[in-house]
Design a protein around this ligand. Structure first.
Ligand code: C2O
Ligand code: CU
Ligand code: CU
Length: 492
């Protein structure tokens, strides 16, 4: 018990120095005292079939976020031992990847490749259970643009807790044929940022329940980036690229720089934007990503902060998440900065989208915890989608609560948000989109290549407590003309 009381004392002293800027949901101020940890790149080998093979072990761990060791965390390792989060898996467009996911915990889990276009049986959704002591070995060929994706567990009803314990990592796709000229030295001027909120019990354990009575489920008062409280990063180049992932359960961030200087958004969930988009804020709901490029002057210190999010409807963001601004990461520029290449004016080719390209429409209504009036049923297929057909999906949030919408098997495009064209930074490839209360977001989707009438993909709200409570549905992708009688779910 000695260790526990030491942790409690350290946490208490951390808390003593800080101010709470609001009520429930507010984030405490922590001085930036720890160098930002950079998740290592997963080790891999190329096997005799030319596949990139990663051995990924899921472990129960204990982790020091910066205030003493906390038990009950999870990590994934592939090479260097980790105590929280998993390594960054880097794959190349065009190559075949195989991952051996070994579950060394005492709980059932699954591992999902969020944002990836791949066969349903490789997707790691709730049907792909990996029992304790067993290994699951999905393999697929990467065929989509360079992007910052991520991986996380997806067992039905347990996703929020397992991600919260630390099972999550980045999955970066590189395209050897597309040299963008963006900063690309991993961990130096190309920096992954897995942003989460946590709460700790007075004894120094992980608090799973904070804010569980709010409209978004869990809300923590402590920000951790790559598993560290109060992190700073030393910048050594004129420009730094930040790959932002909101890996929180329910918190929405509105990222900005502390002096409100503009930066450039260069990428969204599923790839680079056609051109850099200048912005002063970028808002991310859970599971969304953005890549931004920040310019710095020698010797200066600025903060990556989060301001009160704009949630729409009658949602009181300040009440949910605490009002005002909190620090996420301090950026400290060295006295001499290495020159960076200029920001490229053109980043990627992005096909134009037109609503009229679709030959089928579907609609999804988001209620309190239901989609189209129903709770998730592992045995029920909700939608049957022919392969290769362009469809428009209208997603309406009927509740006065924040929700977002995520679709498996790749990337979609946003056609409209509440009747308007999406802002430029949301007009690229997306797999998760915020749906403000009482608004409709129209997505254009198309699922190519893979069909399987007997194994579904998921669509769901990615506020993971909502998802766990049943705010999820299942779709299969089939050859055109497949009879309904051929469609089934493994749990049906
Ligand atoms: Cu990020 Cu269905 O998942
Ligand atoms: Cu996903
Ligand atoms: Cu939701």
């Amino acid at each position: 018990m000695l260790a526990v009381s030491v942790v409690a004392a350290v946490l208490a002293s951390l808390l003593a120095g800080c101010s709470l800027s609001g009520g429930q949901g507010a984030v405490r101020d922590v001085p930036a005292q720890r160098p930002l940890p950079i998740p290592p790149v997963a080790e891999s080998v190329i096997d005799d079939q030319g596949r990139r093979v990663v051995d990924l072990d899921i472990l129960q761990t204990a982790h020091d976020f910066g205030a003493g060791e906390v038990s009950g965390t999870w990590a994934a390792t592939a090479g260097e031992a980790l105590t929280y989060l998993g390594p960054t898996i880097r794959v190349q467009r065009g190559e075949t990847v195989a991952v051996n996911v070994a579950n060394e915990t005492d709980e059932m889990t699954t591992l999902h490749w969020h944002g990836m276009h791949l066969p349903a049986r490789m997707d790691g959704g709730p049907h792909s259970m990996v029992q304790p002591g067993t290994t699951w070995s999905p393999t697929w060929t990467v065929d989509q643009p360079a992007a910052t994706l991520w991986y996380h567990p997806h067992p039905h009803g347990r996703t929020a807790e397992q991600i919260y314990r630390g099972l999550a990592g980045l999955l970066i796709i590189d395209d050897p044929d597309a040299d963008t000229g963006l900063p690309s030295e991993y961990g130096v001027d190309d920096v992954p940022l897995v942003v989460q909120d946590k709460a700790f019990t007075p004894e120094g354990g992980l608090d799973m329940t904070a804010g569980s009575d709010t409209a978004v489920g869990f809300v923590g008062d402590t920000i951790v980036v790559n598993g560290a409280i109060g992190a700073f990063h030393e910048v050594r180049h004129e420009r730094v690229r930040l790959r932002l992932l909101n890996a929180s359960t329910g918190r929405v961030y509105r990222f900005a720089l502390s002096d409100d200087r503009p930066f450039h958004v260069v990428g969204s969930d599923g790839g680079l934007l056609p051109t850099p988009v200048q912005a002063r804020t970028v808002q991310l709901s859970p599971a969304e990503r953005a890549e931004i490029v920040v310019e710095m002057q020698p010797g200066e210190t600025i903060g990556l902060v989060s301001r009160t999010p704009e949630l729409g409807g009658r949602v009181d963001a300040a009440r949910l998440f605490g009002g005002g601004t909190f620090d996420v990461l301090e950026l400290r520029a060295a006295d001499q900065l290495d020159a960076s290449p200029p920001l490229p004016p053109v980043l990627a080719d992005l096909p134009e989208v037109e609503a009229s390209e679709a030959t089928h429409e579907r609609s999804f209504t988001l209620g309190g915890r239901i989609i189209n009036g129903r709770l998730m049923d592992m045995g029920r297929i909700d939608e049957v989608v022919p392969v290769g057909r362009t469809e428009n999906w209208s997603v309406t949030n009927q509740a006065n609560q924040p929700h977002n919408f995520h679709v498996h098997d790749g990337q979609f495009r946003v056609l409209s948000m509440d009747g308007d064209a999406p802002p430029a930074h949301l007009a690229g490839w997306k797999d998760t989109v915020y749906v403000a209360p009482t608004t409709t977001v129209v997505l254009q989707v198309r699922f190519d290549t893979y069909t399987d009438p007997g194994f579904p993909y998921m669509y769901h709200c990615h506020l993971t407590v909502h998802e766990d409570q049943g705010m999820m549905g299942q779709f299969v992708v089939v050859e055109p003309g497949t009879p309904d009688s051929a469609v089934s779910s493994p749990a049906g």
